[in-house]
Design a protein around this ligand. Structure first.
Ligand code: BGC
Length: 715
């Protein structure tokens, strides 16, 4: 009986993985409990059972449309009130699609909106429940501004930290990316249609318009596509944006294998595909036949040339019908014709979303290093601090490209430290070059906080200048600043801002503590201060590897039009090379300590279509409440193909009072263990032994158990 109950619970966990894992409902221990997510307003996934009636409606409408009317639905028609529009049709009662970016808040073209921490910061929360609320908030703001399509999430794998748009995505890992992307889409689609971008293998900026990414089928299926598949199949994403680049010789917008065969064929995607802007479409006939439904932002290759291509027989009219059907399906299933959005300035950038942005920024901070208890800076033990660096008092919320957001205010780290100072005297030395007087102030203070890192001048979308990073190091000026301060003040704390990993040779060992704050959004300074003063116990974990040196990573080539993506990057690459990272994937410290024990599998052998429940006890062994992220990785014993040493398979946040132990339950399906067999073009679960390893980072996995799979199949 007990075994039955256990396996039932594990079954439920398999289905509701996040809910079971995330014991604190998505909240860090030091943050107030928010209200429940609002009742769905729009999201009907793909019609929630009403699909047949929608299809019937389209069957009735399509034959009544002229070719020109149909093609008119298949391209953008410019920008109105900051929203990119298609033309719709008043006569046919087809509403316009009205689109806006983006991944960290509603795009700057629409005016003021809430600026959330960038997606990479949100990836560091390892908190899909919280991400769902962010998706919901951004979706709500889009609708309140009159939009109905949100050009987010970006779910491109961070293959290399120098990618200029690293900040827009969540992760170097497909499982973690999928969990976050699915959550965002679910939240956003309560209000608008989400758009998963950029499909696919888009992770170099400087040559994004021209690079041909060669990638073998196994790498594509296992590393670059799984999260796209999940937002389609688990979150019913309504639209997908094709990337600028080529994959295996074909531009993504005319890539039949990616669009027609995989996305619409194998995965059963029912929404529409739109191109990335301007250079995202390169042809008329090839794009239409491959399955590109909408050219954005205006008709260069679609419009008249597409009408002509149908008339002269180069494009069958059935191709046009399929595209228009996809567009109308989304329009009707999401009720865009009924729920025409009403602009509502009350919702946009209001206090509720500011509170959410603050909560996310708190949970996103990753404490990388904390020597001799340098942090927290307890107000009862500290009289004064010096806050150093130009970035300490510079609004710094990320890229100024398409993901740019214009918030009502931005709290800088200095302002945050002043807001939360209490009795602590805060000396501002918000500059990068120190005078003798500054040096004396720093030496006399009880602690020095140096804020350094990257800005939109160092990394971002290449249309606005920055593009890919030229180095993973900090600027010479910032490195010098850290070293100077560390020479004056033993308690030197470095706060880093930026969109991805930073190398730290030459200064990392000289400072007392290091905190990664990312681009923390409009409330970031308050969150950083709360963590530094100990009002919030940090719980962020790295969603990417921080290597010791760039040479520890695969080469980043951003000046060639031909690049090959191999199977390995990030933690898998370092694991395989036996290279020690500076801070591993999954790493994040707390002001308390945790112990992992008692790893149990509900069974040691599963069938190739079965599942196993995994439980582990996590104990808070330190003095204060805190939250950790239990991570489950799998290794392979005797696989017939080359496999990673370890792959992340699931994770769960756990919040604990001092001394408290909780049993964290996770689940693993045999399907999660599959590899993509190129020869049979199918996923295969091998009947071998798998080592299940659990702990708080990819390089700290104290618990291990063996799982066997019996039989073999194609899931
Ligand atoms: C970007 C997209 C963005 C689009 C519209 C493109 O340059 O790559 O991510 O959604 O512009 O702003």
């Amino acid at each position: 009986m007990r075994r039955f109950l256990l396996s039932s619970l594990f079954f439920v966990c398999t289905v509701l993985l996040t809910a079971c894992g995330d014991d604190d409902g998505g909240q860090g221990s030091a943050t107030p409990t928010p209200g429940p997510i609002a009742t769905p307003t729009v999201n009907l996934g793909f019609c929630d059972g009403a699909l047949p009636s929608v299809e019937a409606r389209i069957d009735d409408l399509l034959p009544r449309m002229t070719l020109a009317e149909k093609v008119a639905q298949m391209h953008g028609s410019g920008l109105t009130d900051g929203l990119w529009e298609t033309s719709g049709s008043e006569a046919l009662a087809i509403p316009k699609l009205r689109m806006t970016d983006g991944p960290r808040g509603v795009g700057v073209l629409t005016g003021v909106s809430t600026a959330f921490p960038v997606a990479m910061a949100r990836g560091a929360t390892w908190n899909p429940a919280l991400e769902e609320r962010v998706g919901e908030a951004i979706g709500k703001e889009v609708a309140a501004k009159g939009g109905n399509v949100l050009l987010a999430p970006t779910i491109n794998i961070l293959r290399h930290p120098r990618w200029g748009r690293a900040q827009e995505t969540y992760s170097e890992d497909p499982l973690h990316m999928g969990d976050m992307g699915v959550a965002f889409v679910r939240g956003a689609q309560r209000h608008v249609v989400a758009n998963a971008k950029h499909y696919a293998a888009n992770s170099i900026e400087d040559v994004r318009f021209s690079v041909d990414v060669s990638v073998d089928q196994r790498t594509l299926r296992e590393i670059y596509l799984p999260h796209f598949r999940r937002v389609v199949q688990e979150a019913n994403v309504g639209s997908v944006m094709s990337a600028y680049n080529l994959v295996n010789g074909l531009y993504c917008a005319e890539n039949g294998p990616l669009l027609g065969e995989i996305l619409k064929g194998e995965w059963g995607f029912l929404g529409f595909v739109e191109s990335d802007w301007v250079l995202g479409t390169r042809s008329t006939v090839a794009s239409a036949i491959a399955g590109l439904d909408i050219e954005m932002p205006g008709p260069i290759f679609y419009g008249d040339p597409l009408v002509a291509a149908v008339e002269n027989g180069d494009v069958p009219e059935s191709v046009i019908d399929d595209a228009v059907r996809a567009i109308l399906r989304v329009t009707f299933c999401f009720g865009l014709d009924e729920n025409s959005p009403t602009p509502d300035p009350e919702i946009v950038a209001g206090t509720a979303h500011a509170a959410l942005a603050l909560d996310v920024a708190r949970q996103a901070v990753v404490l990388l290093e904390n020597r001799n208890g340098a942090l927290p800076l307890r107000r009862d033990r500290i009289e004064s601090i010096a806050v150093i660096g130009a970035l300490a008092d510079t609004p710094n919320i990320g890229d100024t490209g398409s993901s740019n957001v214009n918030p009502p205010h931005i709290v800088t780290p200095l302002q945050g430290l002043q807001n939360h100072a209490g009795s602590v005297l805060v000396h501002s030395v918000a500059k990068d070059i120190l005078t003798t007087a500054d040096e004396a102030t720093i030496a006399d203070a009880d602690a020095a906080i140096v804020v350094v890192g990257l800005t939109a001048d160092d990394e971002g979308e290449n249309t606005v200048g920055a593009g890919d990073r030229i180095t993973m190091d900090l600027s010479d000026e910032h490195q010098q600043l850290i070293k100077s301060v560390a020479g004056l003040q033993a308690r030197t704390i470095v706060v880093l801002e930026g969109g991805s990993a930073i190398t730290m040779q030459g200064w990392q060992s000289e400072v007392a503590a290091i905190l990664m704050a990312w681009y923390p959004g409009q409330e970031g300074g308050n969150a950083i201060a709360e963590v530094l003063y100990g009002d919030v116990n940090p719980a962020g974990h790295l969603p990417i590897t921080f290597p010791k040196a760039e040479s520890d990573l695969p080469e980043f080539i951003n000046d060639s039009n031909a690049v090959t993506y191999g199977y390995y990057h990030g933690y898998r690459y370092l694991d395989r090379a036996g290279t020690e990272p500076l801070y591993p994937f999954g790493h994040g410290l707390s002001y308390t300590t945790f112990e992992y024990s008692n790893l149990q599998l509900s069974t040691n052998t599963i069938k190739d279509d079965g599942a196993v429940g995994v439980s582990v006890d996590v104990t808070n062994t330190g003095p204060i409440a805190g939250t950790d992220v239990a991570q489950l990785y799998v290794g392979y014993d005797g696989s017939r193909v080359d496999r990673a040493i370890l792959d992340l398979k699931t994770f769960a946040r756990v919040s604990l009072e001092p001394g408290q132990t909780k049993t964290v339950r996770m689940a693993l399906r045999a399907n999660d263990l599959a590899f993509y067999d190129v020869e049979s073009a199918a996923w295969v679960v091998e009947p071998i032994s798998y080592s299940v390893q659990v702990g708080p980072s990819s390089r700290n996995l104290p618990l291990r158990a063996t799982l066997r799979v019996s039989g073999a199949s194609n899931p």
